[in-house]
Design a protein around this ligand. Structure first.
Ligand code: ATP
Ligand code: MG
Length: 432
């Protein structure tokens, strides 16, 4: 019997997990600079939280949910995305209250689940880092949020990216545009894909999002939603563009861009990777404004703006661009214990060294001196402390600096009482 991980999931092993940590730590640092704080929501939610926010006719809800009935017959689902849970939490914990900062800026990171056809950059368990800002309609919030996403990519060393923006307007815009789009698409509906035929009446904006080549050719000449924006939406979009220009952030407007989720209003954006080989998975970050969502989930009318990025896709982009992730792999001291008699003292030594705040390791396999020194070198150990049975009876340990080859015997008590000084002494390079 041999077991395998479920389709569309990954084990992240050392060598890879360091890269994930680098991405996550970079996000935490950048987001802190922008005054975003972390919220951690459960991995599963009530089904309605997702279906109400993301929209029943979206692919996510209609095809991709990992939902089930629990033993108490509750309809729950593994979360497919992060915004709906955050909004649910924002409302439930009354984070709109007067005691909280406005806008309320929060971020999250963690696994998301969608039943999709797995391929490179498209998984069933994938991971997102996302940020949300609640409580302001100021277009500066839109632009600050996009700037933060771009800052993050820059900090990671990613360069070959494009920012694409569009506006979906408000409710009135959407209603007017919806009809115009249906009028345009209906005469051509025989040539649309099966999925798009269905979307045409359920949710015509989703036809614009089709990944089918023939559909894409048809929608290329579709009316532009930007011609249907209300005065307010038009002004909002103009200010967003002005502010991006003021910050010298290059962008493109794609009036055919819509998002896969129903809750967006006004500004939406995507960050696309230009790196080779990204294919249909080139969108590494996506988001926008969702001014009705908090109300939809039972909170007071509260505007919102946010984005999410897929960690897997970010890492593929980094790889494609040849970004080298700094991996720090070194240990301050390695204890070479020779002979079974030294087992307990070696244990005490590494613990003492660690208690001084240094990193330390030792041999556990009773290996010969040569093999242990090889391990010390592989770990990039700064110091090797050799403890044989002779040293043990004499109450000393031989300390060697691996770089300068300098060696000196110290009483064991020096390690226990003042290892920090021993370390400094041994690491000081001597010139003669
Ligand atoms: P796509 O059009 O590629 O299916 P989406 O519109 O469904 O993306 P969003 O729901 O906006 O994606 O999620 C935001 C980001 O999360 C995406 O831009 C992408 O980087 C990542 N993402 C979404 N689905 C997956 C997945 N199945 N596997 C890996 N990453 C994903
Ligand atoms: Mg999708």
């Amino acid at each position: 019997m041999s077991y395998q991980k479920p389709k569309g999931t990954n084990d992240l092993l050392p060598g890879t997990s360091e890269k994930w940590q680098f991405v996550e730590e970079t996000a935490r640092l950048i987001f802190r600079d922008y005054q975003y704080e972390e919220i951690r929501t459960p991995i599963f939610e009530h089904y309605e939280v997702i279906s109400r926010s993301v929209g029943d006719t979206t692919d996510i809800v209609s095809k991709e949910m990992y939902d089930f009935y629990d033993k108490g017959d509750r309809h729950v689902t593994l979360r497919p995305e992060g915004t709906a849970p955050i909004v649910r939490s924002f409302v439930e914990n009354k984070l709109f209250g007067p005691e909280f900062a406005k806008p309320y800026k929060t971020y999250y990171m963690g696994p998301m689940f969608r039943y999709e056809r797995p391929q490179a950059g498209r998984l069933r368990q994938f991971h997102q880092i996302g940020a949300e800002a609640f409580g302001s309609v100021n277009p500066a919030v839109d632009v600050e949020s996009m700037a933060m996403a771009l800052d993050f990519f820059k900090q990671l060393g990613i360069q070959q990216i494009r920012l694409v923006i569009n506006s979906l307007g408000d409710k009135a815009t959407r209603a007017a545009y919806r009809q115009a789009l249906i009028d345009y698409l209906e005469p051509k509906s025989a040539d649309l894909s099966e999925d798009s035929k269905r979307r045409l009446h359920e949710n015509p904006l989703r036809v614009l999002d089709s990944k089918d080549k023939k559909d894409q050719a048809i929608v290329a000449d579709a009316p532009s939603i930007l011609d249907y924006l209300s005065e307010d939406s038009k002004e909002h979009f103009e200010i967003v563009k002005t502010m991006l220009n003021e910050l010298n952030i290059p962008f493109e407007v794609d009036s055919n861009m819509v998002r896969g989720l129903d809750y967006y209003t006004n500004t939406i954006f995507e960050v696309m990777s230009e790196a080779p080989g990204m294919g249909a998975q080139a969108t590494i970050c996506a988001g926008g404004r969702y001014d009705g969502l908090v109300e939809e989930l039972g909170g007071p009318a509260t505007p919102g703006f946010g984005f999410a990025m897929g960690i897997e896709r970010v890492l593929i982009t980094m790889e494609a661009e040849g970004v080298v992730v700094p991996v720090i792999n070194e240990v301050d001291a390695f204890v070479v214990g020779l002979g079974e008699q030294t087992n307990i003292e070696s244990l005490k030594l590494v613990q003492a060294i660690r208690n001084f705040g240094f990193s330390a390791d030792r041999d556990f396999m009773d290996r010969k001196a040569k093999a242990q020194f090889k391990t010390a070198a592989k770990l990039n150990a700064k110091l090797a402390l050799t403890l044989g049975e002779t040293e043990l009876t004499q109450g000393i340990v031989n300390v060697k600096s691996m770089a300068s080859r300098k060696e000196k015997a110290f009483p064991l008590s020096d390690i226990y009482e003042r290892f920090d000084e021993v370390y400094d002494e041994m690491m000081t390079v001597m010139f003669d």
